[in-house]
Every structure is written in C-alpha cells, then in structure tokens.
Write a protein that binds this ligand. Sequence first.
Ligand SMILES: Nc1ncnc2c1ncn2[C@@H]1O[C@H](COP(=O)(O)OP(=O)(O)OP(=O)(O)O)[C@@H](O)[C@H]1O
Length: 305
Amino acid sequence: MRTVFAGEAIQFSYNKKKPVLKGLSLSIGDKQIYGLLGPNGAGKSTLTKVMLGLDKPQGGKLQWFNEHMNASTNRRVGYVPQDLALLYDLSAYENVMFFGKLYDLKGERLKKQVRFALEFVGLWDERNQKPKKFSGGMKRRLNIACGIVHNPDVIILDEPTVGVDPQSRNRILDAILELNQIGTTVVYISHYMEEVEKICSHVGIIDNGQLLCQGTLNDIIQQHTDQAILKLELQRKSTAYAKQLEQYNVLSTDGNMVEIGIPKNDVGAITVIKDAFGEEVKSFQYISPNLEQVFFKLTKKNLRD
Ligand SMILES: Nc1ncnc2c1ncn2[C@@H]1O[C@H](COP(=O)(O)OP(=O)(O)OP(=O)(O)O)[C@@H](O)[C@H]1O
C-alpha cells in the first residue's frame, strides 16, 4: 500500500501552557476512506489544519506523497471545511469557478472541471442559482463541489453531513463512495458513527491529542472488543430478576430492559440465556461488536458527549 500521508510525533499547541497534539502519529494509505474520530476537543480540526499546512507544528514530521509539504503537494489535497465557505452573492457555477481559479485552473479545463464538480454533487441544473436560496444539504453539496473542482488526489471532509436532511446525507455519502471509486483518497471526519461504519475502510481514533488506534474497520473492531451485547425485554421489571441475573455480565438495566455482555464468538450463549428466562422474554436483540463500543472503550466517552 502506498502511503499518501504520514505524520510522526506531531506536536502542536496554540499556547505554551496547553499542548493540543501530543506527539501524534498517523498514516493514511492510497485510496482509503479514512474515518477520523474523536470526542469534542480531541484535536481533529487542529490536526486537519496542521495537515493542510495552515498551522505549523512545533515538533514532529509530516509528509504528503512521500515529500515534505510544498506547493505541488498542496495542490493534490482538497479540503471541505466544516463551516461553509461559499460566496453568497455569486451563483453556484461562479462559486465553483472561483475555487477552481484559486488552484490555477484556466480556460476549457476550468469549465470542464466546474461542470464535473457540479454534476458530481447533483447541482448542475441549479448552477445559475445563488446559494443563499439553497437548502442546508444543497449548500453542503456546493461546498464539496468547491473542494473537488481541482480534482485532488486526497480530499479531507470535515463533518460534511451536519445539519442536512436524510436525502442529501445519502447523496453526500454516495458521492464520497463514488469519488473513492474513481481513485480519490478520502479523509472523513464525522460525529456519526453509523456513517463511518458505512463508508470508511479505515479508522483512526484520537483523543487528548494522541492517536489511540488505527487500522481497518474490521481489525479495530476485532482487536478492541471482547463481547457482544444481548438486549432482553422481559415481562417484568428487571429488579424482579435480580437473583437470576447475578450469574451474568449485566451491563445495564432500565425498567424491563436488560443488557447482558456475552463473549463475542459464543453464539450458543444467546440460546442459554434465552432458555434460562423462557416465557419471561418478550423480545431480544443481538448487537454484534461495533465501532461505538471500541470508541467508548478507548475514550470512555460517547462520540456525541
Ligand atoms: N484557535 C485556537 N486557540 C486556542 N485553542 C484552541 C483553538 N482552536 C482549538 N483550540 C483548543 O484545542 C483543543 C482541540 O480543539 P479542536 O477544535 O482541534 O478539537 P476537535 O477534535 O476538532 O473538536 P470538535 O469535535 O469539537 O470539533 C481544544 O481544547 C480547543 O479548545
């Protein structure tokens, strides 16, 4: 696998008292969809700014495409910021043109790329409208078109689905998958665990300015989880079964709901527990180990805390 980004022991602080990135190392491989996860304040945006060369690290080493960052590597990286970066008095077409020109595109190539970007996000028919009339989802899609107009090899998207309707969200996720299929490496920052599980091939979890783990989605789930969860809905309040529940690894109880941790590859445990409660079981649900569990185990926080 070719590495497109390699960061080693990156250190960064806005002021001397409080380091934000504390010797963080991570690597992103060619054509990956790399999900960058971390609780609020973990340092994701700061890391992104350092990766883009907008902030200079005080220590460590970083390389794009096996080179030190320079004007030519910068041109190969696109960025879609969390805050919409649009010019509201220009049309959608003019917005994308503007960003294309910033990357030195000209003439026919510029026009072709603007058309490609707008078609890609499904806004070609609306190209002459001004974004102030757009819905939240359309603005987000235009933001993405501006980030991909120069056909970057890597695109970094910072929470691109925040505040959009489900239809636009699906369009955005499909567009990201399509971009990846045509060879673009994607760095995807999101607070939505289910989105990361749906589209990302690789995941890195950071907290407190350090990388806690990185790898393929499957490897991370396998390595950092030891149990699955069986959710039981019982006929009576869970307190009525206190004695019976003693022998299990009860994770939580709420009314007549009980969550029991079971060894992740021990499917037989489900039958044993169900049989033990017999008619008392109203319904049950098996939750296989997932990224949310890994995140909670490593950070002791929920992603949206
Ligand atoms: N411009 C700044 N000046 C001083 N401190 C900052 C600045 N920007 C961020 N910080 C601090 O750096 C730390 C990391 O913030 P950062 O925005 O990188 O985290 P994040 O993981 O992107 O969080 P979120 O998920 O909330 O966007 C936080 O403690 C934050 O308060």
